[in-house]
Design a protein around this ligand. Structure first.
Ligand code: TMP
Length: 233
């Protein structure tokens, strides 16, 4: 059965994910890789409604466990509607966040602990785990400043998570870095306090490397368009 490639982007708020995802997708589409771009929480109609509940400032009090369960409710819908079908069709999925965010934000940030998150993760995600996770790493002080400048320019409000301030974001970052130490083969840390072109070059190197490896080992995933067969004459 053909199997795609699942790539996730993670990082504290304001670490530069959106820009780098956009540039990576341009690169992959130029190479005619069959890319699906998605995000969490969200990526489906139901998921986007749940995202709205989770992110909107002024939602009122929400317990950390409610927050975690809503993240996994959106994730279940996303897996069912988008991720698993795309993987089955051999697509390259690029997701702006996935389950590592729950470990970092709810497990570490909200201090629910990894065990609680893992219990849900086993039930919902099971074996659908990312092949590669690009952790865009930036000091939350700098990241929050970036986010504030951006929201001031665009008139948008900070989300519930961005509003939580520096200490929360520092716990989230520490969580991500701890996970990267535990799983260095899957989670690659990419410092984003550098020129964007350098960061993007590192990202492309890792992604192109993974795609080339899959092609060598015969998975149909990431296969750019199948080569046109020559007609025998
Ligand atoms: P973003 O899409 O702009 O990155 O915003 C999503 C926010 O939701 C971000 O602050 C991280 C947070 N989040 C969690 O707290 N847990 C999760 O599992 C996910 C996917 C996101």
């Amino acid at each position: 059965m053909p199997h795609g490639i699942f790539i996730t982007f993670e990082g504290v708020d304001g670490s530069g994910k959106s820009t780098h995802i956009r540039k990576l997708v341009e690169h992959l589409r130029e190479r005619r890789s069959p890319v699906v771009v998605t995000r969490e929480p969200g990526g489906t109609k139901v998921g986007e409604h749940i995202r709205n509940l989770l992110l909107r400032p002024g939602m009122g009090k929400m317990s950390s466990l409610t927050e975690l369960i809503l993240m996994y409710a959106a994730r279940e819908q996303h897996l069912e509607e988008v991720v698993r079908p795309a993987l089955a069709r051999g697509r390259v999925i690029i997701s702006d966040r996935y389950n590592d965010a729950s470990f970092a934000y709810q497990g570490y940030g909200r201090m629910l602990g990894a065990r609680t998150v893992r219990a849900l993760d086993r039930a919902i995600c099971g074996r659908t785990q990312p092949d590669l996770t690009l952790l865009l790493d930036l000091d939350p002080r700098v990241a929050l400043e970036r986010t504030r400048r951006r929201t001031n320019r665009g008139g948008a409000k900070l989300t519930r998570f961005e509003n939580h301030g520096l200490k929360f974001q520092q716990r989230v970052r520490a969580g991500y870095l701890a996970m990267a130490r535990q799983e260095p083969r899957r989670i690659k840390v990419i410092a984003t306090d550098r020129p964007a072109a350098e960061v993007q070059a590192d990202i492309r190197k890792l992604v192109d490397g993974l795609l080339a490896k899959r092609l060598r080992f015969g998975s149909t995933a990431a296969q750019a368009r199948p080569a046109i067969k020559k007609r025998r004459s």
